[in-house]
Design a protein around this ligand. Structure first.
Ligand code: NAP
Length: 307
């Protein structure tokens, strides 16, 4: 019998995954936050819409709420980093022992927090460069093709059946024994680019006008990664940051967009995590810490949460 893909969080990435899995004929069930949200989904016709360059696709997909007690063998956690632990804790008792749980959150910190809540499950960490955003409730635009790395820091054996289903669904992915290296690398890239785009209120490419600031942050982040036992993630970081800035010059970073739309950012799982790791290792990061303080003040001045 096929395992149902339970999708916790029918937002941008959750919808992108749910629709592609359902399109491939795989069993999918959304887990919505409460009865009111479930009623909205049912009133909408119990379908999700994926918008791509080729057009719109409408997929009928089952849904339930967090209080439904049916057992869960496979779960995709597609909430924001700051919501993941609480949301998973609410359904922890429905996970069967050995359940596979994929964590799509950006940054670091939320994955360990979730894994600690569900010690009987197999937590698979993911790092994705795919891009999607919500155009409307239950409708998501696939904005950027990308790739997803998956791995389990505690067990390098690939979950073959799960990966085969991702292949059938056309979700580009690869299993890696070095998922923590990938997550640290992405965290460092995000820390070097995203906060500056918010503070300078600019597109990624405009950071080329602030070369010293970028170089200083890259220096500190490189030292931090080495100090945290992540030398591969540290390798040529500055060059890659500059490459990403040039390749995405016309884009607004995800953090810029969150602030522009008055949404909470994932600052605690990016800069906050880096600064806390530095403190644990008694490693000095004066510029990164100052950046964290400036960003937190900036968010507070806009009435946004700074945690
Ligand atoms: P999003 O569009 O805000 O979606 C998050 C979803 O989680 C929302 O649908 C929200 O429900 C739901 N949710 C929150 N708490 C919940 C709860 N307790 N129970 C059930 N559902 C709950 O976020 P996203 O952009 O998909 O991002 C998800 C993660 O992926 C983030 O860590 C992000 O950094 C990462 N990521 C995103 C992208 C991208 O392109 N979007 C790319 C790479 C990585 P409501 O709809 O009810 O608010």
């Amino acid at each position: 019998m096929m395992k149902t893909w339970h999708i916790l969080g029918a937002g941008s990435l959750g919808t992108l995954w749910a629709t592609r899995l359902a399109r491939a004929g795989l069993p999918v069930c959304l887990i919505l936050r409460d009865q009111a949200r479930l009623a909205q989904y049912r009133n909408h016709g119990s379908h999700l819409t994926l918008v791509t360059q080729e057009g719109c696709e409408r997929l009928s997909i089952d849904a339930r709420t967090l209080d439904d007690h049916a057992p869960i063998e496979r779960l995709l956690v597609a909430c924001k980093a700051y919501d993941a632990e609480q949301a998973v804790a609410q359904l922890a008792s429905h996970l069967v022992p050995g359940a596979q749980v994929i964590l799509l959150q950006n940054g670091l910190g939320s994955q360990e927090a979730v894994a600690a809540r569900i010690p009987e499950a197999r937590c698979i960490f993911a790092s994705s460069t795919e891009g999607a955003f919500r155009e409307a409730d239950w409708q998501v635009r696939f904005a950027g093709h990308g790739f997803t790395w998956l791995g389990d820091a505690a067990d390098p054996a690939p979950p073959s059946a799960l990966l085969e289903e991702l292949h059938c669904a056309g979700i580009p992915h690869q299993w890696t024994p070095d998922i923590l290296t990938r997550l640290w690398r992405k965290l460092a890239l995000n820390c070097a680019i995203n906060p500056l785009t918010v503070l300078h209120s600019c597109r990624n490419g405009d950071l080329l006008q602030h070369p010293c600031e970028v170089a200083t942050l890259c220096d500190e982040l490189t030292g931090l990664l080495q100090c945290c036992g992540q030398p591969a993630a540290a390798s040529d970081l500055h060059e890659e940051v500059l490459r990403v800035i040039r390749a995405t010059a016309a884009n607004f970073s995800s953090m810029y967009q969150d602030v522009a739309h008055g949404r909470r950012t994932e600052i605690s799982y990016l800069l906050g995590y880096a600064c806390a790791a530095a403190q644990r290792h008694q490693y000095a990061l004066p510029h990164l810490q100052q950046l964290h303080r400036r960003l937190a003040q900036h968010l507070a001045s806009k009435g946004l949460r700074s945690d």
